[in-house]
Structures are given as C-alpha cells and as structure tokens.
Design a protein. Structure first.
Ligand SMILES: Cc1cc2nc3c(=O)[nH]c(=O)nc-3n(C[C@H](O)[C@H](O)[C@H](O)COP(=O)(O)OP(=O)(O)OC[C@H]3O[C@@H](n4cnc5c(N)ncnc54)[C@H](O)[C@@H]3O)c2cc1C
Ligand SMILES: Cc1cc2nc3c(=O)[nH]c(=O)nc-3n(C[C@H](O)[C@H](O)[C@H](O)COP(=O)(O)O)c2cc1C
Ligand code: FES
Lengths: 262, 319
C-alpha cells in the first residue's frame, strides 16, 4: 500500500454519466488484485474534504491502473473535469480482493450498474471458456462497452430496466434463468452492484448452495481500517458484530453478511 | 540561511514529547493501521481509539457523512475492549519510540475507573486521556462532560486508579467550557485536551431522512477550527495546567494558531483521513517555521498571542 501523487493519463466518457480514468502508478498497478480499491482525492481542497473510494477496474502496461466511475455527486463531477497530466493523490491498493477461481468451473460475474468496475478486472484473470458475464443497467445509454476497458468477453448477457438492450428486467432474472437451464452444474458467483441487488443474489446463491462473493460499498473516511466508519453487519453470532468494509472487505463471502440488516 | 537547529520538544508536565504533534483518538486507529504509510516514531505521540471495559460494536451504519469542510461521525465508540487491547494491540505499541496515550471512556464512573485500573502498571502507556463526552447511564444519558461536577467526579475516580498522567478531554457541547476546565483542574487533572466533536446533523432532502442512522453525529474537520481555537484560548486563560489543542488542524499554520493561543501540544484528527502523512508535514512545517525565524525552541512560540491587533493589517503567510 502506498500514498502518492499519480498522473492522470486519460479521463474519458465511456457511457452516459460514466468515465474511465487511467492513472500512472507502478506501485498500485503492479500490486493490485481484482476487488481492491483506491482512495482518491478529487482535488487539493478541503471541500470536498474526504477521499473517494474507487475499485481498480484494470491495469495497463506496467504502471497504469484504471478506475471506472459514475457521476453521482460533487466529488465525481469534479473528477470528471480533471485533465490529462493532472496529479491526484491516491492511496492503494486497499482491502481484500476476490478469490481468483481455479479453471474448470463456470464463473458468473454479475454486475449492477457501475458495480461492473471490479468485475472487469476480475474477468481478466478468468479463462474465457469459464466466464459468463451478466450486466444490468437502467437503460441502453448507460451500457458500458467492455472493449473500451480493453476486455473481450464471448458470453455477455445484458439486462436493462427499460428493455432498450437485452433482457427487459433485472440482472438477477438472468441468474435465475441460468440456474434453471444449467441443472446441477457447479458454478461460482462474483457480484458487485447496488445493495438491493446483492441482497437478492445472496438470497438466491445461499439458497442454492452456490459459492458467492460480493463486493460491498460503505461510507468511508480512512480506507485503512482505522476509523470504523465503514461498518457492515456480520451474519455470525460470535466474534465481530460488524465487519469493516475497507479492511475486512470490500469483497466478502455472501453468507458472511447479515442481509437482514441491509 | 540560518544554522540553528530549532528544538521542537515540549513538556506536558512530566510527559516529554519529541514534538508537539499528536494524532487524535479515533482518527488513527491503534497506530498500526498507518504504519505502512508513515514513520510513526517521528510523531510527538499517538492517542489510540477510545477503549472501554468491554468490546463495543458501535452504531448501525451509515456512521459518517461528509459536510462542507468537515464530516459528521457517529461511530458509537466501537472498540475492541480493554482486554483485547492489552493482548492484541499493546505489544506493538510498546515497540514504538514515541508517546502512546490511551483514550478511555465508560458509561458509568465505575467503568471509567475500571479501565484506568486495568492500565495501571502497564508499560509503554505514557498517559491516559479521558473522553468525558460519553452518556452517563446512571444519569439518564446526560453526557458526563457537560456538567462540571460529574466531570470532576470522573477525573477523581480515574486518578485514584491510575499511576499515569491523566489528561481530560473536554466536550465543546457546553455553555461555558471554562467552568468544566476549572472543575477538572481542581479535581487534579494533569492536563486538558480540547475539543472533541461538535454535535450536529445532516438530512437527505430527497428522502427526508437523517443521513446518519444515529440521527446526530460529531462534527470534525476544518469547519470546526475557529470554534476549537476560541475554546482553547478561553481554557488556557482559565487554568494553569497544560492544554492540548484539537480541532480542524490541517497543516502547520493551523497548528501554530493553537500554539500561539497557548496550547502546549496539538492533536491532528480528521486530517489523517485526507492525508495520512499530514502529521509529519506539520512537524516539518513547524521546524522550518522556527528555523527560518531563528526561533530556538517551539516553547518560545507557545502562548505568545499579542492581543493588540495591529491596525496596519493582518500578518500574511510568508511561506
Ligand atoms: C470500496 C468501494 C469501491 C467503489 N468503487 C466505485 C467504482 O469503481 N466506481 C464508482 O463510480 N463508484 C465507486 N464507489 C462509490 C463511490 O465511492 C461514490 O460514488 C463516490 O464517493 C461519490 O462521491 P461524490 O462526491 O460524487 O458523491 P456525494 O455527493 O458524496 O454523494 C453522492 C452519493 O454517493 C454516496 N457516497 C458518497 N460517498 C461515498 C463513499 N465514500 N462510499 C460509498 N458511497 C458514497 C452517497 O451516499 C450519495 O448517495 C465505490 C465505493 C466503495 C466503498
Ligand atoms: C471518526 C472519528 C472517531 C473519533 N473517535 C473518538 C474517540 O474514540 N474518542 C475521543 O476522545 N475522540 C474521538 N474523536 C474526536 C477526535 O479525536 C477529535 O477530538 C475531533 O475529531 C476534532 O478534531 P479534528 O477536527 O482534527 O478531527 C473521533 C473523531 C472522528 C472523526
Ligand atoms: S473507512 Fe475507516 S475503517 Fe473503513
């Protein structure tokens, strides 16, 4: 883990309200594992004050790492105006990533909206023959072309709320229909997206006994495991009541989370 | 260029610090969380997360929300408890060559005293800082630190059980901070640190709900600095014991304001989240400031406020 000034190599719009940024840092890029994140200062100012967490979406060459972000508020809006050559203060790589699956078993990567960011990175570590990528969006204009992030996936299944592309409905519908079709075949699920979607995926996989890892979000101040801001309730009745998403996660086995509390 | 090597060391009574920069409780974990990013031994000291007798899970999330130039937190004093602290965290802290101050709290006077007793004779703990901004279960949840009498009683109870210097950390959520300061000084406090966070709230306008699950939270960060500075200024005048200034310190210039107002040391809190190495920058900045002005010791700055404002204008930052 390191804190440094990283140069913005590019910062471009890739879909409606969505940007891809490349930053130069050999230390972060060479050390990053899928599912890990960085804490980034959108500018040198006390307003906005705190760093913003972003998943590492991939690496390029030796020394560039990518983040894919959606405009949701002030920090991300400021970030979208940052020009090439600007240096931003970045801390990372942080947290625990996904367990990279061994070849020979199907891996279902299920993304909701911008939750696709860490899964794009994970997809690179999985054999294409084992990989099924399911992505859900509000509508066609939000759909992220994976090739813009340098990824070619043969089996990609898309759902949009309004039906403008792929299945009309939820990405969890795609998971459920996959499960009916696949019979007893063993598979693993890796998911990131809005909490209500993850909750549904957790319910489906826990019920079917499929292994499932989810990447969670929480409000963070330090990202280092020091401030205890980023609490999420554990399903265990012994030991820790709350996990800290920045240090114990952001990736968790779905069954370790108390979904009732969410 | 000057060749003097300014001395940054300060004394808080018998507690010697290599420089006046400490990290504030709750913003620096148990220290180890920052150890891969900064050389902790360069700090004047660290104040660890508040410890209670038993582990506490803390409040439901969301626990923080950012506000303009600040943040609200309602962590709920989540911590691993005294026993785990001694077993899991202390050995590493004992290996440090900087002051380690343990922040403690309780929900009853007995709990405060019990935590202090548990730290008695423990090596590697340089001092105890009592967080009196805690609801008093016996008094219907009224906060200990908002009443001079209960503040004094907590202080006395801890002093009785402790063999270490006892610093009392004051809450700013009071009508007259001087009354509390005077009361804990009389009770025997070794030093006073202030301020803890200011109670506040934030509302999600679309959903019309509070942004924190706890509804209220404690405001910290640069937004509170002028309020903190004024309270430090008032308390320095009201008591004779050393005062440690806390609140919104983001750089050495901010730190100097507190030192000039009379604080013998300062604590850096929320700024650690923004720049994990900010405390080291502050130490370097203080050193450069002193050297550039041929100030031999940082002591020569502390409490040097001249209350006659120069009508010719305010001093400007020159570096
Ligand atoms: C581990 C982790 C990885 C993330 N990865 C990505 C990513 O790859 N791409 C992406 O676009 N977003 C990601 N996020 C979410 C991203 O951090 C927030 O969208 C961003 O901080 C919002 O900043 P803002 O100033 O634009 O919005 P604000 O004006 O601060 O808030 C707008 C909305 O964002 C939410 N938000 C604000 N701060 C945070 C925070 N620290 N954590 C989570 N939500 C927050 C608020 O609750 C609010 O609903 C991630 C969050 C976490 C915790
Ligand atoms: C996330 C967080 C947790 C805190 N936890 C504690 C605590 O456990 N005990 C305590 O005495 N103060 C605690 N504080 C208060 C700080 O130590 C400090 O007094 C306050 O934040 C003001 O300083 P700042 O503006 O530099 O942050 C906490 C502050 C924050 C932001
Ligand atoms: S963000 Fe500070 S502990 Fe997770």
């Amino acid at each position: 883990m390191i804190e440094q000034e990283s140069e913005v190599i590019f910062n471009k719009k890739v879909a409606d309200g969505t940007f891809l940024m490349g930053l130069r840092s050999y230390e972060i890029s060479s050390g990053a594992k899928p599912g890990q994140f960085v804490m980034l200062r959108v500018r040198q100012s006390f307003d906005p004050l705190l760093r913003r967490p972003f998943s590492i979406c991939g690496t390029r060459e030796d020394d560039i790492f990518l983040i894919l972000y959606r405009l949701v508020g002030r920090g991300t809006t400021i970030l979208s105006h940052v020009g090439e050559g600007t240096k931003l203060s970045v801390t990372g790589p942080l947290g625990k990533g996904f367990d990279i699956p061994k070849p020979g078993r199907k891996s279902l990567l299920i993304a909701g909206g911008i939750g696709i960011a860490p899964l794009i990175f994970l997809a690179r570590k999985i054999k294409m023959i084992d990989l099924i990528f399911m992505a859900g969006y509000g509508s066609l204009k939000e759909v992220i072309d994976l090739e813009s992030a340098g990824l070619k996936v043969p089996d990609i299944r898309i759902a949009t709320d309004d039906g403008t592309l792929g299945h009309k409905g939820l990405v969890t519908d795609l998971l459920e229909s996959y499960m009916t079709m696949s019979g007893n075949e063993m598979f693993k699920v890796f998911s990131c997206g809005p909490l209500h979607m993850l909750k549904r995926i957790a319910a489906i996989t826990i019920n079917s006994g499929a292994e499932c890892q989810v990447s969670l979000e929480a409000s963070m101040a330090c990202g280092l495991g020091a401030c205890q801001s980023c609490a999420v309730k554990s399903s265990s009745d012994q030991g820790m009541v709350y996990y800290h998403v920045c240090r114990d996660g952001p990736v968790f086995p779905a069954k370790s989370i108390d979904w009732k509390s969410i | 260029m000057t060749s003097i090597n300014s001395d940054l060391s300060v004394k808080i009574g018998t507690l010697e610090l290599k420089n006046p920069v400490l990290t504030a409780s709750g913003t620096f974990g148990y220290g180890s969380e920052f150890s891969s990013l900064i050389d902790i031994n360069k700090l004047g000291g660290i104040v660890v997360k508040g410890i209670s007798l038993r582990p506490r899970a803390g409040n439901p999330p969301p626990r923080i929300v950012e506000t303009h130039c600040g943040m609200l937190n309602a962590i709920g004093l989540a911590n691993i408890g005294l026993e785990n602290f001694l077993k899991e965290k202390l050995p590493w802290l004992q290996s440090l060559s900087t002051a380690v101050i343990v922040n403690i709290y309780g929900h009853s006077i007995e709990e405060y005293a019990a935590v202090a007793a548990g730290l008695k004779g423990v090596e590697g703990v340089s001092a105890i800082e009592i967080n009196i901004s805690c609801p008093n279960v016996e008094c219907g949840g009224m906060v200990f630190g908002t009443d001079p009498k209960t503040s004094a009683r907590v202080t006395e109870a801890v002093l009785k059980e402790s063999d270490k210097p006892v610093i009392v950390k004051l809450s700013p959520n009071v009508t007259d901070i001087r009354a509390i300061a005077i009361s804990v000084e009389k009770a025997g406090a070794y030093a006073i640190s202030l301020i803890n966070t200011l109670t506040g709230m934030a509302i999600d306008v679309e959903k019309r709900v509070p942004k924190l699950a706890n509804i209220t939270g404690g405001l910290s960060g640069p937004a509170i600095r002028p309020v903190a500075l004024y309270m430090v200024y008032q308390v320095v005048k009201a008591v004779k014991i050393p005062v440690i200034g806390i609140g919104g310190i983001m750089n050495y210039w901010d730190a100097l304001e507190f030192l000039i107002a009379g604080a013998r040391a300062i604590q850096v809190g929320t700024a650690n989240f923004v720049e994990p190495d900010v405390s080291l920058d502050i130490i370097e900045g203080l050193k450069r400031f002193c050297m550039d002005r041929e100030i031999i010791s940082i002591d020569d700055i502390i409490g040097t406020l001249n209350e006659k404002v120069d009508p010719g204008g305010q001093g400007t930052r020159t570096n």
